[in-house]
Design a binder for this molecule. Structure first.
Ligand SMILES: Cc1cc2nc3c(=O)[nH]c(=O)nc-3n(C[C@H](O)[C@H](O)[C@H](O)COP(=O)(O)O)c2cc1C
Length: 223
């Protein structure tokens, strides 16, 4: 944020790990602090808030979409953006976050369409879990999310945090704050540019038919 500029945007922020002592939850908390210090508002969520059974279309048709997915959808549509700090599991994203994305993709309108997102990761490894973020971007971008190009992957995360929740390494802390700030500014700019339109078209068949197509457009009246 530029000095004197206040951020007027809101975010849902969470770590995509069910583990109590999650490093990614700590990184998500740090992102929430940066947002609040810039004047933005945050829904501090936990992966367990959005817990869902494994996706099964029979369950969906019988019982509907589960409460955890509905909670995530409400958080998404009541805020301007989402920040996910996700572990890397076996060079990809954890099943629990993919399962949540699969469930929320079943809502119409599709709640990730046009949603601003920043993804980050923390891992004890030297790679910081960055490969998992490239996997996580795929379903999010497929569903129309505007996933911010920059990402932040914290290597050796088990040793990276100080007692106050910040990163011990001052340079890394500065870079982290810079990445979050740049994201906030891009969300704020998009929010206040009233002519942005978006279109999302998903073809699940070779030939589009009503049975396979999902198309969502948005129009904004000129001011
Ligand atoms: C099933 C499993 C697979 C993992 N695969 C990777 C991996 O591919 N790359 C990596 O950097 N760390 C991997 N790890 C280590 C995690 O990065 C580490 O457990 C991390 O702390 C998990 O995130 P959390 O602390 O937020 O729960 C894996 C851990 C588990 C349990």
């Amino acid at each position: 944020m530029q000095p004197g500029k206040r951020c007027s945007t809101s975010y849902v922020v969470f770590g995509a790990s069910l583990r109590e002592a999650s490093l990614n939850a700590r990184l998500a908390s740090l992102a929430a602090t940066v947002i609040e210090e810039a004047g933005g508002t945050v829904i501090h969520a936990k992966m367990s808030d959005f817990d869902c059974p494994s996706y099964n279309m029979d369950v969906e048709l019988k019982d509907g979409i589960p409460a955890g997915a509905d909670r995530f959808r409400s958080n998404l549509i009541s805020t301007d953006g989402v920040i996910i700090a996700s572990p890397e599991y076996n060079a990809s994203m954890p099943g629990v976050i993919k399962n949540l994305i699969d469930w929320i993709s079943r809502f119409k309108p599709q709640p990730l369409k046009g949603r601003h997102a920043l993804v980050m990761s923390a891992s004890p490894s030297m790679g910081g879990g960055n490969r998992g973020l490239w996997a996580l971007r795929i379903p999010m971008e497929h569903l129309g999310a505007r996933v911010y190009p920059d990402m932040f992957s914290l290597a050796q995360a088990h040793e990276a945090f100080a007692d106050d929740g910040k990163l011990r390494d001052a340079k890394l802390q500065k870079w982290f704050e810079g990445t979050v700030d740049c994201f906030l500014e891009s969300v704020e700019a998009a929010k206040h540019y009233p002519l942005i339109k978006s279109q999302w078209i998903e073809f699940l068949g070779e030939k589009p038919t009503p049975a396979t197509e999902r198309v969502e457009t948005s129009e904004t009246a000129p001011v």
